[in-house]
Design a protein around this ligand. Structure first.
Ligand code: 1GP
Length: 230
């Protein structure tokens, strides 16, 4: 089912390589979140992705796959998000992996269910930054330039400011938001409380909550309220 992610305010990002009980998964799926994104930097396989999708599909919540490796592309998600790391120093993460996936699956791909995410990774200590050789020591002007590039040059539907593992600089996120017109601004990184969910929710269109799900489940659930009635 093709869904419109444009109105999403809150998303839980679930890592197929990490464990959740059935009860926890139910709480997340019926929490009022706008969607579940399945994805992770390491340890994501076809098997653990299929398994997680089947469990999420017991609920009505929309579910999208953020494709991290072509071996873990599983049919049956509502949409597929393809990350392009704009500030990667390695073309492998800008066009390389994507080319390999399209070379293999291009004739089968339904482009109406695919959204490209222009990632700007800003926490140099994160696994994502290390994996992709992201150039994180950049100025606000350079971050904004990448965001404009995502929207104006590459017509990407999503710009994703990624601070995975730490709460980022909301001034930068606000500045990016001011410079985008149609492209949806997603923010992820270190949202571990209602308060931080509110701050990030005021700065970006959509907030992504990841690690805290596995560290302090109740705090993770509390983040949903940070995006309501706004
Ligand atoms: C990771 O942006 C997400 O890709 C969420 O970040 O895990 O720090 O919440 P956290």
């Amino acid at each position: 089912m093709i869904i419109d992610t444009k109105s999403w305010r809150h998303v839980f990002k679930l890592d197929p390589d990490k464990q959740l009980t059935d009860e926890q998964l139910e709480h997340l799926c019926v929490s009022g979140t706008d969607g579940i994104m399945v994805g992770g930097s390491t340890g994501v396989t076809y098997e653990n992705t299929v398994d997680l999708l089947a469990r999420i599909r017991q609920y009505e919540v929309p579910c999208v796959l953020e494709v991290s490796h072509r071996d873990a592309i599983v049919p049956g998600f509502d949409m597929y998000m393809i990350p392009v790391v704009l500030n990667s120093g390695d073309p492998q993460w800008i066009v390389g992996q994507q080319m390999e996936a399209i070379a293999e699956y291009g004739s089968l791909m339904d482009w109406d269910e695919i959204l490209t995410e222009g990632y700007i990774i800003l926490n140099g200590d994160s696994a994502a930054a290390k994996l992709t050789s992201a150039q994180t020591d950049i100025s606000e002007r350079e971050v904004v330039a990448y965001a404009r590039m995502a929207e104006q040059m590459f017509k990407m539907p999503i710009c994703y400011v990624e601070y995975s593992g730490t709460f980022g600089d909301m001034d930068i996120v606000r500045q990016v938001k001011r410079n985008l017109r149609d492209t949806q601004l997603m923010y992820g990184g270190g949202i571990n409380s209602l308060e931080k969910a509110k701050l990030a929710g005021e700065a970006a269109d959509t907030i992504i909550v990841g690690n805290i799900i596995y560290e302090d489940f109740n705090q993770a659930l509390a983040t949903v309220a940070g995006c309501q009635s706004m």
